[in-house]
Design a binder for this molecule. Sequence first.
Ligand SMILES: [Zn+2]
Length: 126
Amino acid sequence: MAQGTFGTAINCIDGRAQEPVAAWVRDNAQVDYVDTVTIPGADYALTHMTPDRMAQMRDMVAVSVNAHGSQIIAIAGHFGCAAFDADRAQHEAAIRSAVSVVKGWGLPVRVVGLWVNEQWQIEPVE
Ligand SMILES: [Zn+2]
């Protein structure tokens, strides 16, 4: 087991969204490090990918949970997303659906959804 405590983020590839999400997970889950799996438009992608791709995503996240003992998975959607050009309500709906998908993976951890707003601040969705 790696030293330190870990959380996990499933986030967009967008560089602007990385640090706010990591900081929120560190502060709210009281962990030292945040492992991050990225995919463009993560909130949308998690509900629109093939079963094979979904299995790969789950495998990547499972490394964080199983090898690092992560206790939380945060799924983020963000303002100004190039991969999912949608309004806030559509992002929030996608984040809720993505949380439901990840809860279905059966990993023994808390799953939360986060919205990164136009000020690059975090607003929990679920
Ligand atoms: Zn994005």
